[in-house]
Design a protein around this ligand. Structure first.
Ligand code: ADP
Length: 178
């Protein structure tokens, strides 16, 4: 049984590939075969073992790709982490509310991290880059879900924000505890 914990939530301005944590979460796409943004940075810095593990997962379990909102773990290669968890964020739509899928990315990643025995997890602001999610809403969903869904042994969740705008939006939401 998993026990809910109140995580220490930290905000860091910077590059997620510089973080020393148990889990680095990747804002992947459903192909699991790499892309731009965070995905590109993680594969570049982490080296070819991550892509090799992703290809194996594609071949063995996710022939049609990983569904939006789901998460899978691989080696972290040369990154200063034990695992990379790849999760597929939804593309933002003005016509359709896809918030539950974005929340699912954070929730599934946290539960998988807990299953692996991770104590610290670093997240990027999923879907807020190429996938177009507005930063204020993306931050609200991220912080709320993490505060509600963090389970032992995860005790620290770090949001690693690439630019000042993202940092300020997360800071505001965190000050209101979601
Ligand atoms: P998505 O396709 O889910 O939108 P992106 O990688 O395009 O994913 O962007 C997600 C967020 O991560 C954006 O806010 C982007 O500015 C940020 N980002 C891009 N590169 C990095 C990085 N190396 N470390 C942390 N955040 C990053």
């Amino acid at each position: 049984m998993s026990t809910s914990v109140t995580p220490a939530v930290r905000l860091v301005r910077g590059d997620i590939t510089d973080q020393s944590v148990d889990v680095i979460v990747n804002a992947a796409n459903s192909s699991l075969l790499g892309g731009g943004g965070v995905d590109g940075a993680i594969h570049r810095r982490g080296g070819p073992d991550i892509l090799a593990a992703c290809r194996e997962l594609r071949a063995s379990q996710y022939g049609k790709g990983l569904a939006t909102g789901r998460a899978v773990a691989t080696t972290a290669g040369r990154l200063a982490a034990r695992w990379v968890i790849h999760t597929v964020g939804p593309v933002f739509s003005g016509a359709q509310d896809r918030s539950a899928l974005l929340a699912s990315c954070y929730r599934e990643s946290l539960h998988l991290a807990a299953e692996l025995g991770a104590r610290s997890v670093a997240f990027p602001a999923i879907s807020t880059g190429i996938y177009g999610w507005p930063m204020d809403d993306g931050a609200r969903i991220a912080v709320r879900t993490v505060l509600a869904e963090t389970v032992a042994p995860v005790e620290e969740v770090r949001f690693v924000l690439f630019d000042a705008h993202a940092y300020v939006e997360f800071e505001e939401v965190l000050a209101m505890r979601g």
